[in-house]
Design a protein around this ligand. Structure first.
Ligand code: SF4
Length: 434
């Protein structure tokens, strides 16, 4: 078989958005456009597409847009990339293809963290970064010698990263108005709910800024997400310099940049002013991963810790950066008072855009390992592992208190919020109708 003969189908499996099934929240979702808007798809498949030689016939199935899958199609390889809420559906799809004799390879965060489970449904699994081994995988398909497991030997140099082929998610099926941009990989911090250190390693690797700019210039949109929250880590001079150097290059271009962070962020108003000058319009901030936010949500938070949290929110807002809080509930160490504390913190800090999620013991995370070791997983129906359901035995409250408190949080937070303010910095982010 020559490369010209090779036919490849990429599959992005369907998953339940995290408020699906919670009907009592529907009025809020519609009024405030929160909770169920979908991000542009992750970069895994567009990167694979960019690494694939042009003479390989490549096509994509996005199972989320409801198009039927032609399992009888003759193809040399089906490559499925997925995270945990997609896993049940990914396995169904793989089983159907393999029943017809089609080879299936799996990659992405879930198969990387549970390769043996994935191998029950796939011919091969790629563990970790796919870029260093993708050429080898295609060669092995050509020679009929696909291996069971591919695992890169070293860490991938992000200077080599091609511009992702985001166009494989065909424009006519979507109304994206923003894309994702990758700037780093790896993280030394090892937060309890995060799989990045295990999957990408403990050293931060940087994508050269020239390459990031080339990528930004290739996109059709003026707004984009930098989802690597490592860029906001405090006490790391190199990362701060990297981010500020990037902002020097993005300023004056009329961009709208959404950054992500935990509450481990640099407490310096001047820093946020420079980020805003560079085009940063929104700071998506996860609570529940890092020490400060865990203290803020705990019963014995001190007044100075409380004020430090408020100050960080206000530094963003005062610089013109819309603060978007994402609050995790159900973590070990929280009690049933956490719901009221979150509302009080949001009111004190004048946060007007927030989402709430239930801690989930994702594979590859320290919290996932603890729950597994302690026998606290309730099931492995991964469709429900979407941060909108209780899938583990919590410690500081009952399962009913956790779910009830989570739903009530949404209602309590949005009561009295002016809906014109919630997505004031977002411009049609939704990609699909709710
Ligand atoms: S949440 Fe962010 S800071 Fe924490 S380990 Fe993950 S990437 Fe690192």
């Amino acid at each position: 078989m020559t490369s010209r003969d090779l036919k490849l189908r990429l599959v992005y499996p369907r998953f339940r958005k995290f408020l699906d099934g919670h009907d009592r929240l529907k009025p809020l979702i519609q009024k405030y456009e929160v909770g169920n808007y979908t991000m542009p798809p992750p970069l895994g498949l567009p990167i694979i597409a960019a690494l694939t030689p042009p003479d390989v016939e490549l096509s994509l199935t996005d199972d989320n847009i409801g198009k039927p899958i032609d399992f009888d199609e003759k193809t040399d390889l089906v490559a499925i990339s997925f995270f945990t809420p997609q896993a049940t559906r990914a396995y169904e799809i793989a089983d159907e293809y393999r029943r017809r004799g089609t080879k299936v390879i799996m990659g992405g965060i879930h198969p990387s963290c549970r390769p043996q489970e994935a191998l029950e449904h796939a011919d091969a699994v790629c563990v970790g970064e796919v870029e260093p081994v993708w050429g080898e995988i295609l060669d092995d398909v050509r020679t009929g010698a696909l291996k069971r497991m591919y695992r890169p030997k070293g860490e991938y140099d992000l200077a080599q990263l091609p511009i992702p082929r985001r166009d494989i998610f065909d424009g006519k099926d979507y109304n994206w108005s923003a894309h994702l941009v990758l700037v780093t990989r790896g993280c030394p911090v090892q937060c309890t709910g995060c799989p990045i250190p295990l999957k990408e390693g403990l050293d931060i690797r940087y994508r050269p800024i020239d390459k990031v700019i080339e990528d930004i210039e290739s996109m059709p949109f003026k707004q984009f997400y930098i989802i690597d929250d490592t860029v906001m880590l405090p006490n790391k001079r190199r990362i701060q310099k990297y981010l500020l150097d990037l902002m020097e290059r993005t300023k004056g271009r009329g961009l709208s940049i959404f950054l992500a962070s935990t509450m481990m962020m640099f407490p310096d108003p001047e820093f946020y002013r420079k980020l805003a000058e560079g085009g940063t319009s929104s700071m998506y901030t996860v609570f529940g991963f890092d020490r400060l936010s865990r203290r803020l949500l705990s019963a014995d938070c001190t007044p100075s810790e409380w004020q430090a949290g408020i100050d960080l929110v206000r530094m963003n807002e005062d610089a013109g950066i819309h603060f978007f809080g994402s609050f995790g509930v159900g973590t070990d160490g929280q009690d049933a008072g956490v719901f009221k504390r979150i509302i009080r913190f949001c009111r004190d800090a004048r946060i007007d855009l927030a989402e709430f999620y239930i801690e989930t013991p994702f594979p590859g995370t320290p919290f996932g390992k603890v729950c597994e070791d302690e026998g606290r997983l309730l099931h492995r129906n991964y469709e429900q592992w979407n941060t909108g359901n209780v899938v583990f035995e919590p410690k500081g409250m009952t399962k009913d208190e956790l779910l009830g408190g989570f739903l009530q949080l949404w209602e309590d937070f949005y009561e009295g919020i002016d809906e014109r303010r919630t997505l004031r910095t977002f411009d049609g982010v939704s990609s699909r109708p709710i």
